[in-house]
Design a protein around this ligand. Sequence first.
Ligand SMILES: C[S@@+](CC[C@H](N)C(=O)[O-])C[C@H]1O[C@@H](n2cnc3c(N)ncnc32)[C@H](O)[C@@H]1O
Length: 270
Amino acid sequence: MGSTFNRIFFYNAKTARSGIPRLLPHRDFALKIGVFIWEKSFSLARQMAYPTRDVYKNVAMIREMSTKDDFSGGVSEFYDKWAEHYDEDLERAKYGGPVACAEALCKLMSDKNALIVDIGAGTGRSGQELAKCGFKRIDAVDFSQKSLDISTSKGVYERLICDSVGKNKLKGVTDGYYSGLLCVGAIAAGHISQDAFPEFTRIVKKGGIMVFTVSKVTLPTDGQIQKKIIQGIQDAINDLVRTGVWEVVEKTSITYLHDNEADRFIIRRL
Ligand SMILES: C[S@@+](CC[C@H](N)C(=O)[O-])C[C@H]1O[C@@H](n2cnc3c(N)ncnc32)[C@H](O)[C@@H]1O
């Protein structure tokens, strides 16, 4: 018994000892794989950030995501997950953007049968306000399919277009198709940037009206970065004005989330 034990013990100890030098390179390799998996899961966890019930925390999470190189896709997934509670959470945050923007479009457009596009429509809060103003033909564009699904319950949209808004041409939208464009709360960090302005211009017919918001609440908190982003948007608008493509009808401050303000731009497509 003793000798069997000794044989097993010493045999194992010997193999283990002799195995150490041979295993060393594998250990380095295993370590590298471990670090790789850890890094990947960390970046995945960041992309899969889960919405809270606090609008400001969610806005901060999206802002944080957008500072990373690998955030693409993360924002639409985030909105997909938030969609179910979005309306309730924004209601609590006294979200005034949709009413203020829909009313502006309503005042300037008397033809309520005109085609309107709600860019970054989300769950349809702005569409609902447009319908209250009497608009009958509204399309919604958003890259969050779950938000668009929820928007159907509002019963205000004619067509739902699930697409990303940026430099690309929007799916199935011909030149000058719309008479009005609304984009509430969607020009923000990690959302839509001024890169989409040429596409706004393409899809809106000459003489058409565009209304959109830009709010500091949705931009990075660092003053310098914030200033740079706002300047970038303003420069793009100035260029379009200078080249005779846009006319700024009005730029006013509106109450956006609680007491926080947003700039509301009213633009005429020339
Ligand atoms: C703050 S929510 C505003 C939703 C709605 N306009 C409102 O006022 O309630 C922003 C919406 O824009 C959408 N969005 C953000 N970036 C987008 C992009 N690049 N392309 C398409 N949709 C985008 C999001 O999915 C989200 O539904």
